[in-house]
Design a protein around this ligand. Structure first.
Ligand code: CIR
Length: 254
């Protein structure tokens, strides 16, 4: 069974962390509708959705991806780089303990789930303002005994690794080459976003189909040209909080 863990949007989302974006008003109603559509689509694709309760004390808590990394073998409970987000992990740990053995990232390491991209037995970890080298070393220590190759990646100009690159197939990634060196993925197929759509590389890959944002039509055309099965989902209001499609769920099978 496929599971998707999500969390209802916080009413305090307007106070979210922002790193590369200027603050602009967020229409909560519109953001809630987009999030509901997101959950609905995951459900339609076949996921059992587990909703964590709304948490007004954590403005960014809708972006659950940053709180855990789940593999077939275990669940890694992160230690988010933004101190305001650290406590978001406790309810996630409690929930994931029902499905996987837990491993916790310990101080001084910091790690956001958005900085971990796993394709097959390979994992890349972004070294960013949220994930430090100790965070990379921790996840390397955790995953290597399970036969993963774990590689650190430096980025320019974006929040997380998965802002710059996501999987869009079993051997294909979609990237923004201005934010990540395409050579990082030398032995995979690499599809580049359209240069006028820098934020278009965050695509959700689920059940052999891509879920991409309709706000990036030129990149969507490229996805189409490569015959990659896809659906679209608008998350433009959530994007004002520097979140995108992968950020709003943790997906795993059990
Ligand atoms: C933050 O800065 O933490 C949130 N405003 C956005 C987090 C987005 N998460 C993700 O890309 N995995």
């Amino acid at each position: 069974m496929h599971y998707a863990v999500t969390r209802q949007l916080s009413p305090t989302l307007a106070h979210c962390q922002l790193t590369h974006l200027d603050r602009q008003p967020i229409d909560l109603e519109r953001a809630r509708n987009q999030h509901a559509a997101y959950c609905h689509l995951l459900g339609r694709i076949g996921c059992t959705i587990i909703h964590l309760p709304e948490s007004p004390q954590w403005p960014d808590s809708v972006f659950v991806e940053d709180t855990a990394v789940v593999t077939d073998e275990l669940a890694i409970i992160t230690r988010p780089g933004a101190p305001s987000r650290r406590d978001e992990t406790a309810p996630m740990a409690q929930l994931l303990a029902r499905f996987r053995p837990l491993v916790h990232i310990q101080p001084p390491a910091t790690l956001d789930g958005g900085d971990v991209l796993i394709v097959g037995r390979r994992a890349w970890v972004g070294l960013t303002s949220r994930t430090n080298r100790a965070g990379f070393q921790s996840i390397q220590r955790i995953l290597e005994p399970h036969d993963y190759t774990v590689t650190p990646v430096t980025l320019t100009g974006c929040l997380h690794l998965k802002s710059a690159a996501t999987a869009i197939g079993h051997h294909t990634v979609i990237i923004n080459p201005n934010w990540i060196d395409p050579a990082t993925f030398a032995d995979l197929n690499v599809l580049e976003v359209h240069p006028t759509e820098p934020a278009a590389a965050n695509v959700l890959w689920l059940d052999d189909q891509a879920i991409a944002s309709p706000t990036f039509p030129k990149t969507l055309q490229r996805i189409q040209n490569h015959h990659i099965p896809h659906q679209t989902l608008d998350a433009s209001e959530l994007a004002k909080a520097e979140g995108a499609l992968t950020c709003c769920s943790i997906l795993f099978q059990a």
